[in-house]
Design a protein around this ligand. Structure first.
Ligand SMILES: [Zn+2]
Length: 57
């Protein structure tokens, strides 16, 4: 059910969770309150978060 989320790219906490409503979701870090960007599905939000976490910008 829950999709694996990478650790937070900002604070490195493994404290991220998908939040949102029926047609709008995003991944938020409960430690530093970063968010990964909105998407229409939980999967999309998770992908956005994971993609961002994988970047080394
Ligand atoms: Zn964080």
């Amino acid at each position: 059910m829950s999709k694996h989320l990478k650790e937070c790219p900002f604070c490195a906490a493994k404290d991220a969770c998908v939040v949102g409503e029926t047609d709008w979701f995003y991944v938020a870090c409960y430690t530093c309150h970063a968010d990964g960007g909105g998407a229409e599905t939980k999967e999309g939000a998770a992908i956005k978060w994971n993609t961002r976490a994988g970047e080394n910008a």
